[in-house]
Design a protein around this ligand. Sequence first.
Ligand code: AMP
Length: 228
Amino acid sequence: MSISALRKLAPMGKRLLLFGPPGAGKGTHSRRLARDLGIPHIATGEMFREAMGRGTPLGREAGEYIRRGELVPDDVVVRLVAERLSRPDAADGYLIDGFPRTLGQARSLERSLADEGGQVDRVLTLEAPRAVLVERLAGRFTCPRCQTVFNRSTRAPRVQGICDACGAALAQRPDDDEAAVQRRLDEYQAKTQPVLDFFRARQWPIERVDSVGQVDEIYTRIRDAVGD
Ligand code: AMP
């Protein structure tokens, strides 16, 4: 019997996608959610930032787009995700944060899922008004070492400028400056929003989550939307 046939018989872990515009809280909630569900957390933006930090060829290529607030070309992203999904820890479920962000990426994900029924178990889409997103991104600080996300007004670190989780100095992401933020929100509207229609057309289960409010309150809504 083939591995994919065996996998269909075995109870599968969850295959989840976390979707939403910049500032909606994907980074804040996805790591915690993946840990609580015992599945790997696959975040394309984090993978690119790590590569940029290490100065690898991938990091240099992606960095040019990321600093301008533009999307990295599909072929680069698709290769990165395909390699990550082929690792053994992703065989029984995963939480993908920040992918797919274009129709081309969505089609490629659908193809790579073909063996397992061609769909994910749930798409969680975090939603908040644009004014809330802009304000959150302006007050956001990220740990360059462990990628924990803080916010000046809603999730301040215990010691100003220092990561609670690992003690590194916090920094503002280069793409959180005002011009890049506006461009990222426009890119989301133009290129990523249509991906939701793609999911709908294929009847992938979409759960909309209101991402306005306190961090724990939003996380509870996300857990409810994941179900069991
Ligand atoms: P994020 O951390 O998810 O906000 O991603 C940061 C930046 O990485 C984005 O603004 C894009 O430039 C790039 N990026 C991350 N994921 C993707 C993707 N799936 N497709 C294209 N670019 C991406």
